[in-house]
Ligand binder design. Structure first.
Ligand code: PHE
Ligand code: NA
Length: 448
C-alpha cells in the first residue's frame, strides 16, 4: 500500500459528494423526459415508492459495504467473500461505471456546447439541434470536441484526489447548482399558463401505467441515486467511522428527489405554457427547451443559467463514475491515480464516440432498433444497474448478512437508524422483484 487511504475532510464532504453524484443528468435531463413519456404524475408516484423501498436500503448497504471494507467494489466483495466468484459483482459495477461515463460525457458535452451557444442568444434550437438530432448533419467536430472537453475536466478533478479534487469541487459547485435551479424554477412557474405543466407533473393518471412504467421507475431510481454500480460504495470507502450512514442516506435521497421534482417544475410549466409536447423524449431538454427559451421573456438569460446548472450537475456525477473505475485500478492494480484517471478517461472518451457518431453523422445509425446512445442508456439503466443492484442486495442479505449490514450502518448513528424492516427487502424483495421487473421490461422493450 503506497499511502493511507484518503478520507472526506468533514461530514458535509461525504454528503455533498454523494449528493453531487446522485444529482445529475438523471434529475435534470432524464427524470423530466421519462416522466413526460410515461405520463407524468403516475410515474412520479411509482418512482417515489421505488426510491423509498429500494433506494434507501440499498444506499445504506452500499455505503456500509464501502466503509466496512475501505475498498473499491471489486476489493469490497473480495474482502468479505474471499475465494468466491462474488468479486464479479464488483467487476460488473466497475464496468457499469465505465459504460455510463462514456455516454454521460457525450450528453454533458451537448450541455457544455449549449452554454457557449446561448451566449449568442436563443434560439440556438434550430442550428444546434440540427447538429445533434438532425437527420443529415455534417459537422462532427462540435459534439466530439465538447465530449472531449468534458471528459478532460472530469479527469482533471479525479487526478487531484478525493479531498483536493472531488470534495473541493462539490463544496463549491453544489450550492451554485441549487441557486441556479431556484432562479430557473421561479421564472418557469410564473409564466402565464404554467399551471397545466404543474398539473401534468402532480395529477396522476394511472391508466398509462404498465410493466414498462414500473421498470422505467425502478431503472430511474437506481440511476438517479447512483446505485447498483458501486459509486456510492466507493464514496463510502472514504468515510470515517464517526459518520452516520442512515442519516446521510436520507439526506442524499431527499436532495436527489427534491432536485428532480424541482427540475420537473422548471421544465413542464415552460413546455406547456408555450404549447410544446412533454413526451418529446431525450430531446426534451436539448430540442424543446431551447425553443421554449427563445419565446420566453428573458429566455436567453434563463437558458444560459439552465445549461450552466445542467453542466454542473453532470460534472459532479461524472466524477463519481470515473472514481469507481480509478479506485479499482489504484487499489487492485496499484496504478498511480493520475495515470489511472487519464487512461480510463481516454478509453471512455473513445467508447463514447460511437453514440456521438450515431447521433450526429451517420443518419441515425441504429442498434437494437434504437439510436446508439439510447442503446447504451438502455443497457446500463435497464439491465446493468438493476442486475447490479439486485446482486448487491442479495449479497448483503445472504452472504455478508443483514446483521452485519445493520451493525456497520448503525455504528455511531445517533439519529435515524436502519431497522429490521430492511432485512426482508434486502434478502428477498429487492433481488426477486427487481429481476422479475427487469426481465419483463426487457422483453417488452425488445419485443416492441
Ligand atoms: N446519479 C446520476 C444522475 O442522476 C447518474 C449516475 C449513475 C452517477 C450512477 C453515478 C453513478 O445523473
Ligand atoms: Na440523480
Amino acid at each position: 500500500m503506497p499511502d493511507q487511504r484518503e478520507q472526506w475532510k468533514s461530514k458535509l464532504g461525504f454528503v455533498l459528494a454523494a449528493a453531487g453524484s446522485a444529482v445529475g443528468l438523471g434529475n435534470v435531463w432524464r427524470f423530466p423526459f421519462v416522466t413526460g413519456e410515461e405520463g407524468g404524475a403516475a410515474f412520479l408516484i411509482i418512482y417515489i415508492i421505488a426510491i423509498i423501498i429500494i433506494g434507501y436500503p440499498l444506499m445504506v448497504t452500499e455505503i456500509s459495504l464501502g466503509r466496512h471494507t475501505q475498498r473499491n467494489p471489486v476489493g469490497a466483495f473480495k474482502s468479505i467473500a474471499p475465494n468466491t466468484p462474488w468479486w464479479l459483482v464488483g467487476a460488473l459495477s466497475v464496468l457499469t461505471g465505465f459504460v455510463i461515463l462514456s455516454y454521460y460525457s457525450v450528453i454533458a458535452g451537448w450541455s457544455l456546447s449549449y452554454i457557449v451557444k446561448s451566449l449568442a442568444g436563443f434560439p440556438i434550437g434550430i442550428e444546434a439541434t440540427e447538429q445533434l438530432f438532425g437527420e443529415h448533419t455534417t459537422s462532427l467536430f462540435e459534439p466530439i470536441f465538447y465530449h472531449f472537453l468534458f471528459m478532460a475536466i472530469v479527469v482533471g478533478v479525479i487526478s487531484a484526489g478525493v479531498v483536493k479534487g472531488i470534495q473541493r469541487v462539490v463544496t463549491f459547485l453544489m450550492p451554485v447548482l441549487v441557486v441556479l435551479l431556484l432562479a430557473v424554477v421561479i421564472r418557469a412557474v410564473t409564466l402565464p399558463g404554467a399551471g397545466e405543466g404543474l398539473a401534468f407533473l402532480f395529477r396522476p393518471d394511472f391508466s398509462a401505467v404498465s410493466w414498462d412504467t414500473i421498470l422505467a421507475a425502478i431503472g430511474q431510481s437506481f440511476f438517479t441515486l447512483s446505485l447498483g454500480m458501486g459509486a456510492i460504495l466507493t464514496y463510502g470507502s472514504y468515510l470515517s467511522k464517526n459518520d452516520e450512514i442512515p442519516n446521510s442516506s436520507v439526506q442524499v435521497i431527499g436532495a436527489d428527489a427534491l432536485i428532480a421534482i424541482i427540475s420537473g417544475m422548471a421544465i413542464f410549466p415552460a413546455v406547456f405554457a408555450l404549447g410544446f409536447d412533454p413526451g418529446e423524449g431525450p430531446g426534451l431538454v436539448f430540442v424543446t427547451l431551447p425553443a421554449v427559451f427563445a419565446e420566453m421573456p428573458v429566455g436567453g438569460l434563463f437558458g444560459f443559467l439552465f445549461f450552466v446548472l445542467l453542466s454542473i450537475a453532470a460534472l459532479t456525477s461524472a466524477i463519481s463514475l470515473l472514481e469507481v473505475v480509478v479506485a479499482y485500478f489504484v487499489d487492485e492494480k496499484q496504478w498511480p491515480r493520475k495515470k489511472a484517471s487519464a487512461t480510463i478517461g481516454l478509453v471512455a472518451f473513445i467508447v463514447g464516440l460511437f453514440p456521438v457518431l450515431g447521433y450526429s453523422a451517420l443518419d441515425h445509425v441504429t442498434f437494437m432498433g434504437m439510436d446508439i446512445l439510447d442503446t447504451y442508456d438502455f443497457i446500463a439503466d435497464s439491465i446493468m444497474l438493476p442486475l447490479g443492484g439486485a446482486m448487491i442486495a442479495f449479497f448483503a442479505g445472504h452472504v455478508w448478512g443483514t446483521r452485519n449490514v445493520m451493525e456497520e450502518a448503525n455504528k455511531s448513528a445517533t439519529g435515524i437508524r436502519i431497522g429490521d424492516w430492511a432485512a426482508p427487502l434486502l434478502k428477498y424483495i429487492i433481488p426477486i422483484g427487481v429481476i422479475i421487473v427487469m426481465i419483463v421490461g426487457i422483453i417488452e422493450t425488445i419485443g416492441g
